[in-house]
Structure formats: structure tokens, C-alpha cells
Design a binder for this molecule. Structure first.
Ligand SMILES: NC(=O)c1ccc[n+]([C@@H]2O[C@H](COP(=O)([O-])OP(=O)(O)OC[C@H]3O[C@@H](n4cnc5c(N)ncnc54)[C@H](OP(=O)(O)O)[C@@H]3O)[C@@H](O)[C@H]2O)c1
Length: 234
């Protein structure tokens, strides 16, 4: 299987690349820095982003790929949070979608790493009025939160309109680092408050979820067009 990874040099993206390579995938990582990932016979690193790559080059990479895993996130610096590209995740997905050929034999599977802070509006997930007010504030104060919400809206709008892509958006809670994959639970919607009673999700479990989704077709069918929430099981 051929998989493109966006955000491959990030804390979660690196784990995704390692797990995909362990599973025998051919991985193409779009990176800004070529010295982060270890060389591997099945890993091709391209010093480009989904926003900087020439149309023709990105189009042919996507045409030759089965899946794309997106672990992009804004760097926690002033420039990363408030500078361009403010809608990094949404714009990257939009560009990918715009360059997919309608003649593809199989749709591109897009697995997106998002957050429990992003509500699934189609499921009418409810939050307390205090949480709703804080979310409104966060949306305006923190462009990365708004970006994650817009990316979700973008994918949900694709629905059945875009036959060249399918998607799953994985929502972890507070990210922690663990060395090994551990037991974790899947839910259609958050079972706890992301603001007042957050759970934990290890990055390695997020990577495991994203990789299993693209590798296991029955798991993909189960969650396609859905926004699973995953929590570590204590
Ligand atoms: N913090 C939490 O508790 C939490 C909880 C749930 C979900 N999340 C979400 O998890 C996601 C990723 O988490 P993480 O910790 O794995 O992130 P991370 O380590 O910060 O990795 C972010 C990745 O995005 C890339 N990137 C940043 N700005 C870019 C740009 N302008 N153009 C191209 N690539 C760019 C980075 O590239 P470089 O290596 O070149 O910088 C890196 O590969 C984020 O969307 C975040 O919102 C976070």
C-alpha cells in the first residue's frame, strides 16, 4: 500500500511513518526538514508541503497513492499559531481534494488527526453553555482551533459529493507520550468534557488508530465519514 503522510516530522507523524513502514507500506513524507526522519528503503521524503508543491507533482503523487494520513499541527510559536498559513490543515486538505482525479479507480483514503475539541455538528454533539462560550472564545483567540474545526467542516462537506476521496477524522483527547501502543477505546462522540474533564490519548495510540484505519479495510468501512474519539484505557 502507498501512503502519503503530512506532518510526518511531528511528534505523532513520526510514529505514523514508523508504523506504516513496519507494516510494509511505501511511504511518501512531505517534510520541511529532511534530517528528522530516519532513512528507510520504503520511505521517500520530499522537501515540500501540500501547500507549496507544484500542482503537477502533487497530482501525480496522489494519483499513485492509496491513502493519506494528515498529522499536521501548528507549531506552538507566535509565528506557528498566529502567522500564515492560518488554515494549514483545512487548506492542505482542500488542495489535496482539488487535485484528485475523478478517474481514480479507488478513492483516496484520508485519515485526519483532529481533536476532541472539535465537535461533530452533524451528530449534534452537545456541550454545556459554559463550554460553548469558552469554545467561541478559543475559536477567535486561537487560529489552530479554528483551523481544526474548518478542516472537519471541509471533510464533512465532501460527503458523497467527492467520489475520489473517503475520510475518517480521529479525535484524541489530551495528547501524552508513551513508548508502546496500549489499550484504547473507540467512541462515536466524546464521553467526557474536553475542557473540564479531559482524558488522555497517547500519540502512539493515535498513530496506531490512523494506521489501522488505512490498513484494515473493514475497520475503514466501519468508520468511514465518521469522527471517532479515542481515549487511553487506564
Ligand atoms: N496538544 C494536545 O493535547 C492535542 C490534543 C488533541 C489533538 N491535538 C492535535 O494534534 C495535532 C498534531 O499533534 P502533534 O503533537 O503530533 O503535532 P506536532 O508535533 O507539533 O507536529 C506538527 C507537524 O505539522 C508540521 N507543520 C507545522 N506547521 C507547518 C506548516 N506551516 N507547513 C507544513 N507543515 C507544518 C510540523 O512540521 P515541522 O516538523 O517542520 O515543524 C510537524 O510535522 C494538531 O492538529 C493538534 O491540534 C493536540
Amino acid at each position: 500500500m502507498k501512503v502519503v503522510v503530512l506532518g510526518a516530522t511531528g511528534a505523532t507523524g513520526r510514529l505514523v511513518v514508523a508504523q506504516l513502514l513496519d507494516s510494509g507500506c511505501q511511504v511518501t513524507a512531505l517534510v520541511r526538514n529532511l534530517s528528522v526522519l530516519e532513512a528507510h528503503a520504503h520511505l521517500q521524503q520530499v522537501k515540500e508541503t501540500a501547500l507549496s508543491m507544484e500542482n503537477e507533482q502533487l497530482e501525480s503523487l496522489l494519483a499513485d497513492s492509496d491513502a493519506l494520513v494528515c498529522c499536521l499541527g501548528h507549531n506552538l510559536t507566535l509565528q506557528g499559531v498566529y502567522g500564515a498559513p492560518r488554515m494549514l490543515v483545512r487548506d492542505s486538505l482542500q488542495r489535496v481534494a482539488s487535485l484528485l482525479s475523478v478517474k481514480r479507480e479507488q478513492p483516496l483514503k484520508i485519515a485526519l488527526m483532529s481533536s476532541t475539541g472539535v465537535r461533530n455538528v452533524l451528530l449534534k454533539e452537545s456541550v454545556s453553555s459554559l463550554e460553548r462560550s469558552i469554545n467561541v472564545l478559543l475559536r477567535w483567540l486561537l487560529p489552530p482551533h479554528r483551523d481544526n474545526e474548518r478542516a472537519a467542516q471541509f471533510l464533512q462537506r465532501q460527503g458523497s459529493r467527492h467520489h475520489a476521496l473517503q475520510w475518517v477524522m480521529v479525535r484524541p483527547d489530551t495528547l501524552i507520550d508513551r513508548a508502546e501502543v496500549s489499550e484504547y477505546s473507540w467512541h462515536s462522540s466524546p464521553t467526557r468534557s474536553a475542557l473540564f474533564n479531559a482524558g488522555e490519548t497517547s500519540r502512539i495510540n493515535v498513530a496506531h488508530t490512523l494506521c489501522q484505519l488505512v490498513l484494515d479495510d473493514s475497520l475503514w468501512q466501519q468508520w468511514q465519514s465518521k469522527t471517532p474519539v479515542i481515549y487511553n484505557v487506564e
